[in-house]
Design a protein around this ligand. Sequence first.
Ligand code: LMR
Length: 395
Amino acid sequence: RFSHLETAPPDAILGLSEAFGADSNPNKLNLSVGVYKDETGKTPILEVVKAAEKKILEEEATKGYLPIEGSPEYAEDVRKLVFGDAVAQDRTVVVQTPGGTGGLRVAADFMRTQLPQVKVWMPNPTWANHPAIFMSSGVPTETYRYLADDRTSLDLDGMLQTLRESASAGDVILLHGCCHNPTGIDPSGDDWKQIAQVVEEKKLLPLIDFAYQGFGDGIEQDAVGLRTILQHTDEALVCSSFSKNFGLYSERVGAICLVAADAENATAARSQLKRTVRTNYSNPPRHGASIVATILGDPQLTAQWKEELESMRQRITRLREQFVQTMKSTGSGHDFGFLLRQRGMFSYSGLTPMQVDELKSKYGIYIVGSGRINVAGMSESKMQYFCDSVASVLS
Ligand code: LMR
């Protein structure tokens, strides 16, 4: 029965980590998957997470199931973090999901059953897993222009024009709340206002992927785009992740938040989201959400978390600067100054698929085929080797 199966290609992002593991090059460097690493190349557990886990270990009284929609304390913390005071509490639904990806899959299944006529408009480019998730749920997708021809900036006019001319009223627009993946190119505050205008004009339903809150300019600053959009529409979906900003990658902790026009709509939507969850994975795992709720429920731990998050963010900025300087010193003649305008873990380097392949085979350096580099995986000590290798494939 399985003899007709064909081997699927490796995942465009996670498949590279598998290949990296098998590479025997002693200088190898993995700048593919979006994971923060410290100077020693490790993905550290935040001190504040360790402190919260100690508390949980002492106080946790049960391993019984969580409700289908997850922990209520966690949901309230997520609501405040994402929306602040931007939306009335009774118009929001927050459902805990296994990571941001789990939230996106719940969103996609919810659309398929409850909004069967919609198409999802995704930026071009977008995270490689976005189209795959919608396809798995049977939700049709289209793309809107995002990257300008210089490949280092946003083509706002092109984006707005595609949406104005081609999107239908009621369609879904997928937006990256901050730290656009894969390009690192975000709309400015003014750009967000123009995007919000089109959302209103075309009655689009925003689906905001918000996986990097705090990695761009700060926790509140990174929510500005999302909250601008919410001034122009009374319905939205937001998928949050705490993989990155709490370093809780393997705990799979995220959420889908739904904003409805009123409390009655919110109640109906909650029941449908719960149905989607029940038929997918029944109810979410407890531990990661307990960590987040323990931290956000304690002012001292919250302050410590903000400090640790800030130091990760600042380190990424320093690595961007060091990369640009070191590239300059190689004399390759390529100016990577545009990386300083980009935000979050990723940047689009402009390297071609052939150059990406050469980096891998000759130097053991792994970046995504599109040329996306995980800046948060760079290290000061390996910067020279990395930049010399990039300069060599560019020559
Ligand atoms: C990435 O884009 O590298 C991250 O979002 C991790 C993943 O699951 O792909």
